[in-house]
Design a protein around this ligand. Structure first.
Ligand SMILES: [Zn+2]
Length: 395
């Protein structure tokens, strides 16, 4: 790793990854905001690289896939075409970009969660080497964490138990980075590498202010300690810790969220969880806020998830109490002896009812606040979008 710098010309933005709509959104961006620009779309797998490049080509975007499944000469050919601007977009696995010094890369899009903060910093850092403004967009979905974690734990080339632990710790850190909606992205990145950064510097450059510094005021802080204790108590009683795995104790995070929201679905009635104290305790919050709370509690160690492969090879994630659950329950406000982990108070942010300009812009189909030069996406009716196979798009 070379010296870590603030890269003031890069704009970092984490966007919600919404299934099949995401590729529609990326296509629209490449046809509007980045219509004349060169960039990289990082994908999860060789297959995803191929499919993404094919979809982009069908939409008249000069794109190609780059991954380890190609021959050396094919890879060299694609690099050359990209460097000489014969193709605009490379859809690549992480191997792409090392040793290539193309100065005018205007965007790096992560279509899949990077495996670590170092990985994200390096890959995103391939944008804007000429010092001109460039965008680093990361489409984040918690589901991607499960995909990567399954590979780490059950993949063909999984490493030693120590290596697995390191990979999973790295994964939690990047999940935590993506889930964070308050701290400056630059401050978080530099702190990770042991450097300090004053966020006022991020706000002082409106064109490249990070997403979190741009949406100040959209969220308010709420103390969720009481609800979090109810969640831990419920999970402790019904699911146990990570050493408990059985038909009777394995429940998904979604099930717990349903209980929090007061759902009366069949599973909740059949398990009798509608008579638990937790049932309906988070009715006043949106489902996505409750999902974020459960993820935050997992990332911070109050909850845990175990992965269990089924006979048909599908890996299921079940929720359990985490190693720091006792600290939360005892209300011990002293710092917990785990670096960078939580104190026993759980501050949590929920969206304020006042709708901000940024939220309005997003609702109107623009990416990023209009004050920062966001380009409206084409209205759905005018956006011609092609997919290689019959894919149903709820656009
Ligand atoms: Zn910032």
């Amino acid at each position: 790793m070379t010296a870590v710098t603030t890269r003031p010309n890069l704009k970092y933005e984490i966007l919600e990854k919404k299934g099949a709509r995401t590729i529609v959104e990326i296509t629209a961006l490449l046809k509007t905001r980045f219509a004349r620009d060169s960039g990289i779309v990082y994908c999860f797998s060789r297959k995803e690289c191929d499919q993404t490049a094919q979809t982009l080509r069908l939409n008249q975007i000069k794109a190609d896939a780059y991954h380890a499944g190609l021959s050396d000469s094919q890879r060299t050919d694609i690099q050359t075409k990209w460097i000489t601007d014969k193709i605009k977009v490379v859809c690549a696995t992480i191997a792409f970009g090392m040793g290539i010094d193309k100065p005018d890369v205007r965007f790096v899009i992560h279509y899949s969660l990077p495996k670590s903060i170092e990985g994200f910093y390096q890959e995103a850092g391939r944008a804007g080497r000429d010092g001109e403004k460039a965008q680093c967009l990361l489409y984040y979905s918690y589901k991607d964490m499960h995909r990567i974690r399954s590979l780490i734990e059950f993949g063909n080339d999984k490493g030693s138990p120590e290596a697995i632990k390191t990979h999973i710790d790295n994964l939690w850190r990047i999940v935590s980075f993506c889930e964070n909606k308050t701290e400056c992205r630059r401050t978080m990145l530099l702190n990770y590498f042991g450097e300090k950064f004053d966020r006022s510097q991020c706000r002082s450059r409106p064109g490249t202010t990070c997403d979190n510094c741009s949406i100040q005021g959209e969220y308010k802080s709420v103390d969720m300690t009481a609800l979090s204790k109810e969640v831990v108590k419920f999970i402790g009683e019904k699911c146990g810790n990570s050493s408990n795995s059985s038909w009777a104790t394995n429940f998904t995070a979604n099930h717990v969220i349903d209980v929090c929201k007061g759902s009366e679905n069949q599973k909740i009635k059949s398990t009798g969880h509608n008579s638990s104290n937790l049932h309906g305790q988070a009715k006043q919050f949106s489902r996505s806020d409750v999902e974020r709370l459960i993820r935050k509690m997992t990332v911070e160690g109050y909850l845990d998830e175990i992965h269990v492969p089924s006979r048909d090879g599908i890996v299921h994630a079940y929720i359990k109490t985490g190693p720091l659950a006792p600290q939360l329950m005892s209300g011990n406000a002293k710092p917990v002896p785990v670096a960078d982990r939580a104190s026993a108070q759980l501050q949590f942010l929920v969206r304020t009812p006042e709708v901000s300009a940024a939220a309005l812009a997003r609702a109107a189909g623009m990416v990023g606040p209009p004050s920062q030069g966001a380009v409206p996406l084409d209205p759905p009716a005018r956006l011609r979008f092609c997919v290689p196979t019959p894919v149903v798009l709820a656009w």
